[in-house]
Design a protein around this ligand. Structure first.
Ligand code: SF4
Length: 441
């Protein structure tokens, strides 16, 4: 009988796409994949360093694995495994911890899967993480996350990602296009581009620091791949989002009018302390450009509250800045101290209760922004891609400009594209619609 493997992924879309790649390697070695709650011979936990209480969370997941099979081999990989390998190895029940370079060779580290007396660490200096491993994952039969870039050369003072993932490097254009074609042949209708800093695409494509291609080249070529109905950019730094890219999306066949652009603070002094590479004026300019050529575009914003030195005045400046800006929703992060970052030693620590209050205020603003955006879309015709889950008798879907819609469950709608007319916002804050026509079944 084949051995069984189960995976648990924490964190971002990039981690999900990498878990899929690791899972494919296990299949090639003859393993069967089972759910994490089932009995497996090996449990692989792909960790994240951004997760709140990462260590506590990790311990709970290890216990969960042990509950399913106390004799199973437990391996930890991912960002937290790179940053704090020994901490993870010391957790009771952990057999193997692999850093950033070793995680893709995990199957080479498995012998007979008998448990170790202590957690074995195979880690590297992050400077050695300079090679690229391409990945993609199929989410829920309708959408795939395609990794195009890894690592980051920026030095934002709050961020540990460069320490966990290494320098900025990219997949080759040929490989990205090959993966995109492969995904489209599996009847997946939407591809979301993922990476740590995808606007930096092209750097390190052939193992050097030069940009052989740019992000604009990438979107231009991907737009030509037949069979992909939708392409989504996901998150891109404002300073790397060029006019040409925005214009291309506006005229594109497959790229959808949805941007997620991190802001982090609406106050220039705080942006400088964060070592972000733009001022708030540039951000206003990017939003205006998007809205000028795509008035119906959805714009999501990442923002951090409680960064050291953020006074009430700074925060209110951020709040008012966002309140006035023509954006559609916020992802609010509460600043938390991370070892080995510059910010951890900065003065002006914001008390926890103030951080929570600011986060609550911005989350409230996000609800208002999203509602106003949805209202602005009522009466328009959009395309919807339906998802695969039955959520309490309803099926959900997203329009090209990221309006979330719902209608009573109908399995025939799964993974189909329709033109719809958006009609009203219901009690859950989601949008109802009338069907207009089927675009792709
Ligand atoms: S751009 Fe800044 S926040 Fe984003 S990964 Fe790079 S260092 Fe971290």
């Amino acid at each position: 009988m084949n051995k069984k493997v189960a995976f648990y992924t924490l964190g971002c879309k990039l981690n999900f796409s990498e878990t899929s790649t690791i899972a494919r390697d296990f299949s090639k070695e003859g393993f069967d994949r089972v759910d994490f709650s089932e009995k497996a011979d090996i449990y692989v936990i792909n960790t994240c360093s951004v997760t709140e209480n990462a260590d506590k969370r990790f311990k709970t997941i290890v216990k969960q694995a042990q509950k399913a099979n106390e004799n199973a081999f437990v391996a930890a990989v991912g960002c937290y495994a790179q940053l704090k390998p020994q901490e993870l190895a010391d957790v009771n029940g952990v057999d193997l911890v692999l850093g950033a370079t070793e995680k893709f060779k995990i199957t080479d580290y498995l012998n007979d899967l008998s448990k170790n007396d202590f957690g074995e660490v195979h880690s590297c200096e992050i400077e050695d993480a300079d090679f690229y491993v391409g990945s993609y994952s199929i989410g829920d039969r309708t959408r795939a996350f395609l990794k195009v870039q890894d690592g980051c050369d920026y030095k934002c003072t709050y961020c540990t990602i460069p320490l966990a993932r290494g320098i900025s490097r990219s997949d080759t254009m040929n490989n990205v296009l090959k993966n995109a074609r492969e995904i489209s042949q599996q009847n997946i209708k939407e591809i979301v581009l993922t990476g740590v800093n995808i606007g930096d695409y092209g750097k390190g494509e052939f193992g050097n620091k030069k940009h052989e291609h740019t992000f604009l080249d990438l979107v231009t070529e991907l737009d030509k791949v037949e069979g992909i109905e939708r392409l989504r950019i996901s998150s891109i730094e404002p300073n790397l989002l060029k006019n040409e890219t925005i214009d291309l999306v506006a005229q594109s066949r497959a790229f959808v009018p949805h941007f997620h652009v991190p802001l982090q603070s609406g106050n220039n002094e705080i942006l400088k302390k964060m070592k972000r590479r733009y001022m708030r004026e540039l951000y206003v300019d990017r939003v205006s450009k998007i809205k000028e050529v795509m008035p119906h575009a959805c714009i999501g914003v990442d923002v951090i509250v409680g960064f050291p030195g953020e006074t009430d005045t700074h925060f209110l400046e951020t709040y008012n800045f966002l309140a006035e800006l023509d954006i559609s929703y916020l992802h609010v992060f509460t600043y938390s101290e991370r070892d080995n970052t510059e910010a951890v030693d900065m003065e002006g620590v914001v008390p926890g209760n103030v951080r929570s209050k600011r986060s609550k205020m911005l989350r409230g603003l996000s609800v208002k922004k999203r509602r106003a955006f949805y209202e602005s879309q009522l009466g328009t015709q959009r395309t919807v891609l339906f998802e695969s889950e039955n959520k309490e008798g309803y099926i959900h879907g997203f329009t090209e400009n990221y309006v979330k819609v719902k209608t009573p469950w109908n399995p025939d709608l799964v993974n189909t594209l329709h033109t719809v007319q958006l009609t009203e916002i219901d009690e859950d804050g989601l949008v109802r619609f009338d069907f207009v026509k089927v675009l792709s079944a």
